[in-house]
Design a protein around this ligand. Structure first.
Ligand code: SF4
Ligand code: SF4
Length: 440
């Protein structure tokens, strides 16, 4: 029997609303519920993947309005994609949430304070030049002992909550290590690869980029790191700021096409998951759609690139017990799980251990820990407790946001366990350095 036509128009605009064919794939089985961090935290159906998909369906059928309550259920979603891994019906929740968030940012009027906060975050965290200007005052804040004083006397509590959150996430800054435009391969060149430097990564974790370039070079890769690269747009696209993300995606494609590389290496999982989806982001653009698909097909996480190459450089022992933390944008969005573990297991003396509930987000999730600090803190504390029980010497992960979030959560529990990028452990092994060097 034919379905009667729906009398109510969709509340979404006509520009790529969440796709009905994806929404209709959801059979409401609920397998995704225990995998969803916000459902685990609050036990509310509308803060679960199934509930959120139902809210999308209602809006698409004109039966729900895009009002503050409706929006709050999507703002509280981490975009962690754990539901996609758990879903037996193959519902592509990633496409749904991306489309829904873009609709929200076009249709829904956020409060002035919220708009200002979001603009500040995007204007800062997508601009390496601005982050670089912040380095000097932040370094002075840390090196002068002011930070220790402010934290010791609990003066942080006097700051507005949003500043408290940022202060708590601030990593210990180290001297900036620049990656040159071209790093030659050591020995015979096996591949010529591009390196995406990332915004937060190149300013607050420049040691990770330096380690990435060194390891790639040691394994026979010539590394091209275009100095003019801008933000790849990951934070923006994950937050529904589609138009701004498209501008940055096009600039990134232009630049790396000129670099003429065989692969484009990412070492920040959030950026990696975004650039691998450029084909989807630019699908409407006649000039860029094919180029974007070609670009995306070359993008590989550093762990993927290195596990595809026969190891060439000797690994030196590193006597460490290490817990590996899966970043959501690596495990769920990119499906990269075995490769970082294989890299760590190739280091003699390193004992690799797993963190329970490894599929659950640590609460970082792009700007989530800045815009939803309470939920992010609960998730961070839960993860830190699980890590503490393991009695490890270090935690390894593949995303700068997770490093910030885990460092901050462990510090709240007075744990000094270093949280590092996987590539830093491999770099330490290849250079036969002391594990103490990982403490910065
Ligand atoms: S993306 Fe993460 S937080 Fe959002 S619905 Fe899926 S599992 Fe839940
Ligand atoms: S597991 Fe998949 S099909 Fe089942 S409720 Fe969740 S999204 Fe829907």
């Amino acid at each position: 029997m034919a379905t009667p036509p729906n009398p109510l128009p969709s509340v979404f605009d006509g520009h790529h609303p969440p796709a009905t064919e994806i929404i209709d794939k959801c059979v409401h089985c609920g397998f995704c519920l225990p995998a969803c961090p916000t459902y685990v935290l609050w036990g509310q159906e509308m803060d679960s993947p199934r509930g959120r998909i139902y809210l999308m369906k209602l809006a698409a059928e004109g039966a729900a309005q895009i009002n503050p309550k409706w929006v709050s259920h999507f703002d509280s979603c981490l975009g962690c994609m754990a539901c996609m891994t758990a879903c037996p019906s193959g519902v592509d929740y990633g496409k749904l949430i991306e489309a829904t968030r873009a609709q929200i940012e076009r249709i829904f009027l956020r409060s002035s304070a919220e708009k200002r906060h979001r603009h500040f975050l995007f204007d800062t965290f997508t601009r390496p030049d601005r982050l670089r200007r912040l380095r000097a005052p932040l370094l002075a804040y840390q090196k002068s002992g002011l930070q220790a004083l402010v934290r010791g006397l609990r003066l942080v509590k006097l700051l507005p909550k949003r500043l408290q959150t940022m202060e708590a996430l601030l990593p210990r800054l180290t001297p900036r290590e620049a990656v040159p435009e071209v790093t030659p391969a050591v020995g015979t060149r096996r591949r010529r690869v591009g390196l995406l430097l990332g915004c937060v990564q190149q300013e607050f974790f420049s040691q990770v980029n330096a380690a990435t370039a060194r390891v790639l070079a040691a394994e026979g890769c010539e590394v091209v790191a275009p100095q003019a690269q801008t933000c790849c747009g990951a934070l923006l696209v994950h937050a529904g700021e589609e138009a701004a993300a498209i501008v940055l995606a096009k600039k990134t494609i232009d630049l790396f096409e000129r670099a003429n590389v065989e692969a484009i290496v990412t070492n920040a999982a959030g950026c990696g998951s975004s650039v691998k989806e450029y084909g989807h982001l630019l699908r409407d653009d006649p000039e860029y759609s094919e180029r974007a698909r070609n670009f995306a097909s070359k993008c590989r996480d550093i762990s993927e690139v290195l596990t595809e190459l026969e190891p060439r450089s000797p690994r030196h022992p590193l006597k460490l017990r290490v817990a590996f933390h899966d970043s959501c944008h690596l495990q769920h969005a990119q499906g990269v799980r075995s490769q970082p573990r294989a890299l760590l297991s190739s280091i003699p003396g390193l004992e690799l251990t797993e963190i329970p509930e490894s599929a659950t987000c640590c609460g970082s999730a792009g700007i989530y820990n800045l815009v939803q600090p309470d939920a992010a803190k609960s998730l961070g504390d839960r993860k830190a407790q699980l890590v503490s029980q393991l009695k490890v010497d270090a935690v390894a992960t593949g995303n700068p946001g997770c490093i910030l979030q885990l460092q901050s959560a462990l510090a709240r529990q007075h744990q000094k366990t270093p949280v590092v990028h996987t590539i830093q452990l491999l770099d330490t092994s290849l250079r036969a350095l002391s594990p103490d060097s990982l403490r910065g």
